[in-house]
Design a protein around this ligand. Structure first.
Ligand SMILES: Nc1ncnc2c1ncn2[C@@H]1O[C@H](COP(=O)(O)OP(=O)(O)OP(=O)(O)O)[C@@H](O)[C@H]1O
Ligand SMILES: [Mg+2]
Length: 351
């Protein structure tokens, strides 16, 4: 995926804003600590979209750079890379596997397969990066090849929200998604606050997860829309029949940039939408798959998810084969064991 240079700069600043505690939270007085956070910010801005091979090249470049900036030391006998380290609250580099918790398959229920997330370095790091941005009420986009756990990681992140404070909704885009569908869906998630201002119910905040955000069809200018109120102009213009289907992502950009949307039902009416933030996922563009317009991309902090290491794959699918599959089989053979219909339903003893 291509990102404009200015986006890389903004991304590194957004990361630093999320990483450096504010003055009220105590701030950071140690320069060394700040240097390390700066390096971490570089890793996940300049290096955020790279694949594993190119990440190695960036690491080699940073290690040989004349600034001799503080990079993590790689323990001898390991093939760790700098990307596997984070900065602790005390300003030290620490390997992400220090934060890894063992995965215990539930003994009293059968979880939905798609909700299982076996912790590994990739997903705890991605969870941390998402949180660093999302806690500032800013938008995150995960990109990556098929099966890099983008969807499961985001869903696992949203599950941790306290629904008293922050709600979450998920929706999928497809090539048939039209702007009006997106507008109606968002409208169904919000209540009137005052005048033409709408927000999630009960004064709470809401994160909307858009999966496969690159799926809507690209318009003939290659950018899924261009001017702010194009959506409703095209909607009512007979010579642009069908064009509305191609500009779904224009209305997403409008909502993010202008904190609201022009009504597609009542041309000229603008609805302000507050306390709604987005998290999105998409597969790598190219090879017949759409990209999203740069205007939309710049609203997000973007991270590329790489394929897990062989060791992680063994761990994930080892769990699937040894724990999940036998339990599912038992459930299918014995309909009385229906733990999968609810995560907390106890598994009846096998006859
Ligand atoms: N750490 C993990 N623990 C458990 N399951 C995993 C893990 N990583 C990947 N998987 C499994 O791999 C599969 C692919 O995950 P997921 O659907 O989230 O990928 P994706 O990146 O969203 O793919 P796509 O681009 O096709 O939407 C899922 O079945 C998921 O459960
Ligand atoms: Mg997915």
């Amino acid at each position: 995926m291509q990102l404009l240079e200015c986006n890389y700069i903004v991304q590194s600043l957004t990361l630093l804003e999320g990483l450096i505690p504010s003055k009220e939270e105590g701030g950071i007085s140690c320069v060394e600590h700040l240097h390390k956070l700066f390096v971490f910010g570089l890793m996940w801005s300049l290096g955020a979209l790279l694949e594993l091979e190119s990440r190695d090249k960036l690491e080699a470049f940073m290690r040989s750079h004349e600034s001799k900036i503080s990079l993590p030391d790689i323990p001898k006998g390991t093939n760790y890379t700098m990307y596997e380290f984070y900065v602790t609250d005390y300003g030290d580099w620490e390997h992400w596997n220090k934060k890894l918790q063992p995965y215990f398959y539930p003994t009293d229920s059968i979880p939905e397969y798609s909700s299982i997330l076996v912790p590994n370095v990739d997903n705890i790091r991605t969870n941390f990066l998402i949180d660093t941005i999302a806690k500032q009420n800013k938008a995150v986009l995960l990109t990556g090849e098929q099966g890099t756990a983008k969807t499961v990681m985001i869903k696992a992140y949203l599950k941790k929200y306290d629904p008293e404070v922050q709600l979450s909704k998920s929706l999928n885009f497809s090539s048939a998604t039209e702007p009006i569908m997106f507008q109606r869906t968002i409208e169904s998630y919000v209540d009137k606050r005052m005048g033409s201002t709408y927000g999630p119910p009960g004064g709470r905040k809401m994160t909307v997860f858009i999966d496969d955000i690159n799926m809507p069809i690209i318009n003939e200018w290659g950018d899924q829309g261009s001017v702010p109120d194009l959506c409703h102009v095209l909607q009512y213009c007979p010579c642009h029949e069908g064009a509305a289907t191609r500009i779904t992502n224009e209305i997403v950009r409008q909502m993010m940039e202008m904190e609201g949307m022009y009504s597609l039902d009542k041309p000229g009416d603008f609805t302000t939408i507050v306390d709604v933030q987005l998290i999105a996922a998409m597969i790598h563009p190219g090879g017949g798959r759409n990209d999203i317009p740069q205007r939309l991309k710049r609203q997000f902090t973007v991270f590329n998810c790489t394929l897990p290491s062989n060791a992680s794959i063994d761990k994930i699918f080892g769990m699937t084969l040894l724990e999940h599959a036998p339990r599912r089989k038992l459930e299918t053979q014995n309909p009385r064991i229906s733990g999968s219909t609810g995560p907390s339903r106890p598994l009846a003893p096998a006859p």
